[in-house]
Ligand binder design. Structure first.
Ligand code: UDP
Ligand code: MG
Length: 334
């Protein structure tokens, strides 16, 4: 036992930390926090996790009463603990903060959103998979019938595109997942700043399996992912995982140059034959076409250069300002 009263290994049973990112969730947290605890207690009483397991709330710089609620919860029940980021850094960074906080303090983690959309009861099935040897268990949506046609179509297109471009993303899996401490210890060495966890975790390797569940509506509050943010996240995912777009630009550039060369030869031949026509329209078309391709190419290359720029800065990916508990020792600096 360490001096915080936390035990770093759970009497033969795995010590589970459920990691829950929260951003402005004062309306939903009072509903879902007891549900998480109820489910954790069920897992404990079924002998699948140690009673020293915890639910770790990561406050992602909320502007409402979320952190106050988390501190109140941590005073009410020893299973609840919390950390707070000094400002809002986004869902992925909040998850990373929680995951890295857990390293060295538990055997296994499950990350889940705090809005009750992901079926909480799937956690026990994830633990079953872990107990039978899986180091990563992906929560996978069994169907998308609650989604709008637009969301369904764009999501499907996105997963397919990422896979075609060489990224490895589990179809219909978001960030509801179990990871063992072993996976997380290895994951610590992934030092990149642009985070797309669902694409990065498969790169760690180890034995994995899937658990299927149905995703429902938020129990309260509103989504923090409007279409604009979702598209940005998708673009971030692709450019974080794959450099194939650059390769495709090169191929495309070669084809266009070849066509250009044929065009030049054709123009010269026509000129020699004396059949030149003042082709203003075609000229403008060509100029626009080439201009467009060039701009697009520069844009995509710029996206990568932007990423390289960010990586070279090596800024901390999160800074924790408060804790409801004292870590045994600081192993990791974000
Ligand atoms: N979240 C976060 N930081 C943010 C935005 C969201 O920690 O900047 C959390 C949020 O509290 C929730 C999870 O990430 O637990 C998923 O967010 P949300 O439910 O709004 O996204 P959606 O399910 O609509 O995609
Ligand atoms: Mg949600």
């Amino acid at each position: 036992m360490n001096d915080n009263g936390l035990v770093t290994s759970g009497e033969g049973l795995p010590l589970l930390w459920i990691i829950v990112p929260c951003y402005n969730e004062e309306s939903v947290l009072p509903i879902t926090a007891p549900l998480f605890l109820e489910e954790l207690k069920r897992i404990i009483s079924n002998g699948k996790a140690s009673d020293l397991s915890r639910i770790l709330f990561v406050n992602d710089g909320s502007k409402d009463k979320t952190w106050e609620l988390i501190t109140e919860l941590s005073e009410k029940d020893m299973h609840y603990i919390g950390i707070s980021q000094s400002r809002n850094r986004g869902h992925q960074n909040a998850l990373l903060a929680g995951l890295m906080e857990s390293v060295g303090n538990c055997d296994v983690t499950i990350t889940i959103d705090c809005d009750g959309q992901d079926d909480i009861t799937a956690m026990e099935r994830m633990m079953d998979e872990y107990l039978s040897g899986a180091e990563i268990v992906y929560g996978v949506r069994s169907k998308r019938d609650k989604d709008t046609a637009f969301k369904k179509l764009t999501a499907e297109f996105f997963y397919k595109l990422v896979n075609v471009l060489g990224g490895e993303v589990v179809y219909n899996h978001a960030d509801y997942r179990l990871m063992s401490s072993r996976v997380l210890e290895e994951f610590e060495s992934f030092r990149e700043v642009n985070l797309f966890l669902r694409g990065m975790i498969p790169l760690v390797g180890f034995r994995s399996s899937n658990v299927y569940y149905e995703r429902t509506e938020r129990l309260a509050g509103e989504s923090h992912y409007p279409v604009r943010k979702m598209l940005h996240f998708a673009l971030d995912g692709i450019t974080s995982l794959s450099i194939k777009p650059i390769y495709m630009i090169v191929v495309f550039g070669c084809l266009v140059s070849l066509l250009g060369f044929v065009g030049v030869v054709w123009a010269i031949v026509m000129n020699i034959l004396g059949e030149t026509v003042a082709g203003w329209a075609s000229m403008v078309c060509i100029i626009c076409f080439l201009g467009g391709i060039q701009l697009l190419s520069i844009g995509i290359i710029g996206e990568y250069i932007g990423k390289i720029y960010m990586e070279t800065k090596r800024r901390p990916r999160y800074i924790i300002s408060e804790r409801t508990w004292k870590p045994y020792k600081r192993k990791y600096k974000g």
